[in-house]
Design a protein around this ligand. Structure first.
Ligand code: PLP
Length: 482
């Protein structure tokens, strides 16, 4: 029976179709034309308030008016992390199949909390987690995991589990270790969990930005002598700054010897396991007790989907299972997983669907190819810099991240000038909306950083950006040589 059009919040079939087709056309033109759109926005709060702030609209507006308003004023004021010249942070290249899958998941409003509400949704989460367990050589039978909103939530879920399993109820003496290059979400998670500052050891990194094993061992030994309880090491598998992978094999050995939990944060870098080169970097990742990966980065999914994998799925239920009376009737048996028992959220969106549909549609080989392409592209870019008298590589191409700076050999510029010059280049490029290229700080130097995980980025795109950078640099240095 068609909708009663007098019911609130209801459109006619024709209205829904017309509205939906318009949105599909909009998305198709976005995906068909990714490189030719304005990739960033600089509007400040005042401008956005002027454009968008309004009292609550009590009365209806025509659907198309609202949609047009959003297209004109909202979509024109967001960055596009899918753009091939969006080089900064960790971009999110995304893919059309997953976008459509997300639309289905939202459209049917699938509840992905408990088995009985949506057995197939829980099953697809089990299936996709099995795929991930297999990729990382985790045990399929005992292993488990959960899809989360992103890497931050996966890290929080991991550390909650680690503490529960290693410390039980009393964690007043518990100590956790991570490097000075570890992602900020780990520190956030540690704070949320209520650890005191004195319970956190930030281990310095070596000249290659890897956690120093010597300093780690010293810290653990000292903490034990002082009566503390070391319980967890967070290793990075692809730091956000440089793509560096901590020495995973050695950290695993330390964890085993000292009975510590090994958590690996592979939010962006973990996906590199799908390439030959990447899996060499990631050797030892299979030894982790828990592992964060973030499919909305290098697995090409749209936001939000992160994932935590664990060696033993029971660890999650031991940590998160509560049995309130109002959920009594929907408890499944052992094998029918209620994902609300494996993590923090009860009501959860159907994240598995996009991952499932995109891998099934394109095939895992396409993902492998895309990841290998990005690793090679970044290495090729490194060669371009090495062969140029103008550019200096600060951290080499690693898991598709590279850091570099403009520092022409003939100029003998001071460190201060080089810093200012590279800051200037970044600002000019980004403000011109030709590319998003921001700086980071490495070894106290301002450096330009690229994270090239977008398979649609070409060497030609990079060459265009480098040429522009050189033009801006020349402009800046014109006064300098005068
Ligand atoms: C991006 C990132 C995170 C945080 O993940 P979100 O999905 O942004 O919450 C954590 N760790 C590393 C290494 C990352 O690159």
């Amino acid at each position: 029976m068609p909708n009663d059009l007098n019911a609130p919040l209801t459109l006619s079939k024709e209205e829904m179709q017309q509205y939906g087709y318009k949105i599909v056309d909009l998305l198709v033109s976005h995906f068909d034309n990714l490189g030719n759109q304005k990739l960033n926005s600089f509007s400040d709060r005042k401008q956005m308030d002027a454009l968008l702030h309004e009292p609550i609209p009590n009365d209806a507006s025509p659907p198309n008016d609202v949609l047009n308003h959003v297209i004109e004023n909202v979509l024109s004021n967001v960055d596009l992390p899918t753009h091939p010249k969006f080089y900064s942070f960790v971009p999110s290249p995304s893919n059309y199949i997953s976008v459509m899958a997300d639309t289905i998941a939202s459209g049917f409003n699938v509840f992905s909390g408990g088995w009985s509400a949506s057995p197939a949704a829980a099953e697809l989460e089990i299936v996709t987690i099995h795929w991930l367990l297999e990729m990382f050589d985790f045990p399929i039978k005992e292993g488990g995991g959960i899809l989360t909103s992103g890497g931050s939530m996966a890290n929080l879920t991991a550390l909650t589990t680690a503490r529960r399993l290693k410390c039980g109820g009393d964690y007043s003496k518990a100590i956790i270790y991570l490097s000075d290059q570890a992602h900020s979400s780990n520190i956030k998670a540690i704070r949320i969990l209520g650890f005191k500052k004195r319970q956190v050891r930030i281990i310095p990194t070596d000249m290659e930005f890897k956690m120093s094993l010597n300093k780690l061992k010293n810290a653990i030994a000292k903490d034990k002598l002082e009566g503390y309880q070391p319980f967890c090491i967070i290793a990075s598998a692809g730091t956000t700054n440089t793509g560096t992978v901590d020495p995973l094999e050695e950290i695993a050995t330390i964890c085993k010897k000292e009975n510590l939990w090994m958590h690996v944060d592979g939010a962006y870098g973990g996906a590199a396991i799908l390439s030959e080169k990447g899996s060499q970097y990631l050797k030892g990742i299979e030894k982790a007790d828990s592992l964060t990966v973030d499919p909305h980065k290098w697995f090409f999914q749209p936001y939000e989907i992160g994932c935590l994998l664990v060696k033993d799925h029971k660890w999650l239920s031991k940590t998160f299972s509560e049995k309130p009376v109002y959920l009594r009737d929907i408890e499944g048996n052992e094998s029918e997983i209620n994902f609300y028992d494996h993590g923090i959220q009860l009501t959860r969106r159907f994240r598995a669907l996009k991952f499932y549909m995109s891998i099934k549609t394109f095939g895992l080989n396409a993902f492998k190819e895309a990841i290998q392409y990005s690793i090679s592209l970044t290495e090729n870019l490194e060669n371009v810099f090495r062969e140029s008298p103008k550019w200096e590589v600060i951290s080499p191409a690693t898991l598709a991240v590279i850091n570099f700076r403009y520092n022409p050999i003939s100029y003998n510029l001071s460190e201060e000038t080089i810093d200012k010059l590279n800051q200037y280049i970044s600002k000019q490029i980004t403000n011109s909306s030709n590319a998003v290229l921001v700086t980071t700080i490495l070894l106290d130097q301002v450096v330009l950083r690229m994270c090239l995980i977008n398979p649609r980025t070409t060497m030609n795109d990079l060459q265009e950006t480098i040429n522009l950078c050189e033009n801006y640099a020349d402009e800046y240095l014109k006064d300098y040589i005068k």
